[in-house]
Design a protein around this ligand. Structure first.
Ligand SMILES: NC(=O)C1=CN([C@@H]2O[C@H](COP(=O)(O)OP(=O)(O)OC[C@H]3O[C@@H](n4cnc5c(N)ncnc54)[C@H](OP(=O)(O)O)[C@@H]3O)[C@@H](O)[C@H]2O)C=CC1
Ligand SMILES: CC(=O)[C@](C)(O)C(=O)O
Ligand SMILES: [Mg+2]
Ligand SMILES: [Mg+2]
Length: 515
């Protein structure tokens, strides 16, 4: 397999943007330039201008994103004195009704109501029901929206569905997207930490799909800044849905699950105890490797190894890169063809007969509970073979996105920042299910479908190649060492404060600061 320095397609056609309210800045990501907007609580006084004309925001749904987005919006708009009501809209009989009331939303104050009634009264509808439900209900939702209201999405899935059935959004409607590159609970947790460390939060991409009012861009930027986004980068709904549905099935959820299961078995075959095998696989990734990436970048993992461990890393990397890339390209093709969107919709239709099953019942995660209980955060190993497999998969994910024309900001957030800032800390805290099942239904189902594929191909192709003495692929390693993405990762990491998400350990009142 002759590695190529990829033949990048022209970057996904970003429209480019300007703001009448916020300061934009140009950043250099490798050999490209992009315009971004830095966030921070100091910008909250600008929110009333960004939300000009908006009196009521309807946040529809109460899954992973809505609790975070609704509370962050409510707090931010209150802080800047904007007289804007945030109302939660839920389906009749929703089991989430009480949860919304527990955090202060109420029917009496007209901040909690039936979803279509709330939609009909909202100037900005933030649609945070599941993607499968959006695909099922979009006609009723569009009909319920009042004239001049803006539709706000946090994922481009609905456009992907409309594309596949030859439908469009109503032409008289502003359609914007603000897509946090992190799970809902981390959007809320880091927002709260942002009260101490200005700018802490989860980055968001934003897109303006339709701008009838001429105000869509600044409303999108204001929404993202009110969520606590450290910085916002431009995307299009199509670029976002392809990269997001792909990314969550890849290194963010599916691949990391498959990598851990395959290595956990391999290390035990090689004689390790179950506990040691968990330490050298899952703990090594979530407790060591991602911490280095979060503060020093991907290549720092490799550079931190001694000569002998570098050879182990190179061996694992050389054997894993192509098998991982083969599955990743298949995922990308399944997503961009519309197949994976149909899969998610069909899965949604089966839910009542086949509810989503648990994924932490295996020996791996039972042993993981025990290891976590005895964990010494300061002495978690960095297994060089695990590092080679994990980094090869991360780099393969990056290369597919670059080859498919996605901008570096989207590539790095979807393949690196989200893993280290949002998702892996949750896997470190309470295992793979706690991470995956705090994500969207679209991600939950996709991760379950693709994790076994990574597990299988690594076991069948990568590890057997290593056991049969496959040579190190010097060109692949050279490609990795000089890859353009390392500068882009460094730039992205500089654009957000190096705050570590902090999660409260259920087993103690001590707050664990996960690096
Ligand atoms: N999860 C995440 O962190 C991220 C999600 N997103 C996007 O945000 C959006 C919301 O995702 P997420 O927060 O994960 O929510 P989920 O995908 O987990 O969906 C659960 C929510 O959908 C509602 N729902 C399901 N079926 C219906 C229906 N038939 N009618 C009305 N409501 C229904 C549920 O209502 P009820 O409460 O009544 O059961 C619940 O509130 C999606 O577009 C997703 O892709 C974007 C970035 C990150
Ligand atoms: C959390 C997030 O960004 C995901 C994985 O894309 C999702 O939950 O859909
Ligand atoms: Mg995502
Ligand atoms: Mg997603």
């Amino acid at each position: 397999f002759a590695p190529s320095a990829f033949t990048a397609k022209p970057t996904t056609a970003l429209q480019g943007f300007s703001s009448k309210v916020f300061e934009t800045q140009e950043v250099s990501f490798a050999d490209t330039k992009e315009t971004i907007v830095k966030g921070g609580r100091d910008l909250f006084p600008l929110l009333p201008k960004a939300f000009e004309g908006i009196e009521r925001i309807g946040v529809i749904g109460w899954g992973s994103q809505a609790p975070a987005q609704a509370q962050n919006l409510k707090d931010s708009l209150a802080e800047c004195g904007a007289d804007i009501k945030v109302t939660i809209g839920l389906r009749e009989g929703s089991s989430s009704w009480e949860q919304a009331k527990e955090v202060g939303f109420s029917e009496d104050e007209e901040t909690l109501g039936e979803m279509f009634d709330v939609i009909s009264k909202s100037d900005l509808v933030v649609l945070l029901i599941s993607d499968a439900a959006q695909a099922k209900l979009y006609k009723e939702i569009f009909e319920a929206m009042k004239p001049g209201a803006t539709l706000g999405l946090s994922h481009g899935f609905l456009l992907g569905h409309l594309d596949s059935i030859g439908e469009k959004f109503p032409e008289d409607m502003d359609v914007i997207a603000v897509c946090p590159k992190g799970m809902g609970p981390s959007v809320r947790r880091l927002y709260e930490q942002g009260k101490e460390v200005n700018g802490a939060g989860i980055n968001s991409s934003f897109g303006v799909h339709q701008d009838v009012s001429g105000k869509a861009t600044d409303l999108a930027l204001g929404w993202g800044i009110a969520l606590g986004s450290p910085f916002m980068f431009e995307t299009t709904l199509r670029s976002e849905y392809k990269s997001d549905i792909y990314g969550e099935r890849g290194i963010l959820l599916g691949a990391v699950h498959g990598i851990v299961e395959s290595l956990y078995r391999r290390y035990q075959r090689q004689g390790m105890s179950p506990e040691q095998a968990f330490l050298e696989s899952s703990e090594s990734i979530t407790g060591n490797i991602v911490k280095i990436i979060s503060t020093q970048g991907i290549k720092a993992v490799y550079d931190s190894l001694n000569d002998e461990d570098k050879v182990t890393f190179q061996t694992a990397y050389s054997a894993s890169y192509k098998p991982a890339k083969e599955i990743l390209q298949e995922i990308y093709d399944e997503v961009s063809s519309g197949n994976e969107i149909r899969t998610v919709i069909m899965h949604g239709a089966r839910l009542d007969r086949y509810p989503v099953g648990k994924i932490d019942g295996t020996d791996t995660w039972k042993v993981g509970e025990k290891v976590r209980a005895e964990r010494d955060e300061e002495n978690i190993p960095l297994n060089p073979f695990t590092a080679g497999v994990y980094v090869a998969t991360m780099m393969a994910q990056i290369d597919v996105l670059l080859e498919e024309g996605h901008p570096y900001s989207e590539v790095v957030n979807e393949s690196v920042i989200e893993a280290v800032d949002s998702l892996c800390p949750y896997m470190h805290y309470r295992g793979v299910a706690f991470m995956v099942d705090n994500c969207s239904f679209t991600a939950k189902t996709g991760s379950r479908k693709w994790a076994p594929r990574f597990d299988y191909i690594l076991d069948q192709l990568a590890y057997t190649a290593v056991d049969n003495g496959a040579a190190i692929n010097e060109e692949l390693i050279a490609d990795f060492e000089k890859h353009t993405v390392h500068q882009a990762v460094e730039e992205c990491c500089k654009l957000r404060p190096a705050v570590d998400i902090s999660l409260f350990a259920e087993t103690s009142t001590k707050e664990i600061v996960i690096q």
